[in-house]
Design a protein around this ligand. Structure first.
Ligand code: F6P
Length: 360
């Protein structure tokens, strides 16, 4: 292995820089290999100045830093790129251009750090002969085949702290506090932080809720003397028989933006006579320094990805199973998206604690 490249794609997650650092250090120290960084996801292969050499000095000091020194893009699908042609917007396939740019660079491996969308593109490039190795990233924790993605733990810490802070002000003012959390179609962030932050109601996409059941819980608490309630609401949660709530439609060909269900739940509760405030935590969940766990996992993933590349394990993704970092076919990882197990111990634990999922 003489030359490899690394890129980060999709929404950022705390720990991306820790992976990049581990890739560079392991490739240089263990394999004497040259490493190129690719800027802004796959776009860097076809942009002027889109690749840069990464040596040990380039990754010094980046372990605790959020974001990604390479930049990222979640609108850069080479197989379906939106471009302007003759004043009209059209979708074109630029994958061949990207593949020939990769071939010109004479890469022995391309390490792709990304979520579901970015890894799916990696798999398609792999099918066209690009030697890819995947590293699973997302605060949503929704990638199959791995117990956890890096970035999730940091998002949980931030969400839990937000719930703790909302708890005290909710109690002081005898209010209902609704916290809308990220996660797309998976409820892991709301479920885990909701349990860790003592939420009374947790609404997740996997369990459609009834407004009446939510208000019943708030009322029961008030009648028992707790004149405040805390709700952790996943952005993908939806009422039984209702629709997922999206933000105003805009430039969303690639990834429709979720958001607004927190406000709908808050309005309903307010109309039932309980003073309510809604907080949307948003991108705070993705920014800033990774937790120790995420740094540890990201570093192990980065190093393992280089070892997988050296063993010609192309078309594979590093993953965590039973506490060990292994590698699995990308195909298997992406076959079924990971969702909250309705019979798993996390949901049972929450129910046992008296937390409502709004389905009772
Ligand atoms: O997938 C990560 C994530 O943060 C989701 O939880 C969220 O729905 C989405 O990305 C937000 O994307 P954007 O950064 O494009 O607003």
């Amino acid at each position: 292995m003489k030359r490899i490249a690394v890129l980060t794609g999709g929404g950022d997650a705390p720990g991306l820089n820790a992976v990049i650092r581990a890739v560079v250090k392991t490739a240089i120290n263990d394999y004497g290999c040259e490493v190129l960084g690719v800027r802004d996801g796959y776009d860097g292969f076809i942009a002027a100045g889109g690749t840069l050499p990464l040596d040990l000095a380039a990754v010094r000091g980046i372990l605790p830093r959020g974001g990604t020194i390479l930049g990222t893009a979640n609108r850069g699908n080479p197989f379906a790129r939106k471009v302007q042609r003759d004043g009209r917007e059209v979708v074109v396939d630029v994958s061949d251009e990207i593949i020939s740019a990769i071939q010109n660079l004479k890469l022995d491996a391309l390490i792709v750090i990304g979520g579901d969308g970015t890894l799916r593109i990696a798999m398609e490039l792999g099918a066209k002969g690009v030697p890819v190795v995947g590293v699973p990233k997302t605060i949503d924790n929704d990638i199959g085949g791995t117990e956890v993605t890096f970035g999730f733990d940091t998002a949980l810490m931030i969400a839990t702290e937000a719930l703790d802070r909302l708890h005290t002000t909710a109690e002081a003012h005898h209010r209902v506090m609704v916290l809308e959390l990220m996660g797309r179609d998976a409820g892991f962030i709301a479920l885990h932080s909701g349990v860790s932050g003592g939420a009374d109601v947790i609404l997740i996409p996997e369990i459609p809720f009834k407004f009446e059941a939510v208000i019943r819980k708030v009322r029961e608490r008030a009648e028992a003397g707790s004149h405040f309630s805390l709700l952790a609401v996943s952005e993908g949660a939806r009422p039984l028989g209702g629709q997922t709530v999206y933000r105003r439609a805009g430039d969303e060909v690639y990834v429709p933006r979720l958001g607004g269900i927190g406000q709908e739940v808050g309005q309903y509760i307010e109309l039932q006579g309980f003073e309510t405030r809604v907080t949307v935590l948003g991108h705070v969940q993705r920014g800033g320094s990774p937790t120790a766990f995420d740094r540890w996992l990201a570093t192990r993933y980065g190093a393992a990805a280089v070892r997988t590349a050296a063993a010609a394990g192309f078309g594979r993704m590093v993953a965590l199973r039973d506490g060990k970092v292994i590698d699995i076919p990308l195909n298997d990882a992406l076959a079924v998206p990971k969702r909250v197990d309705l019979n798993g111990d996390a949901v049972l634990t929450a129910r046992g604690l008296g937390i409502s999922f709004g389905d009772g």
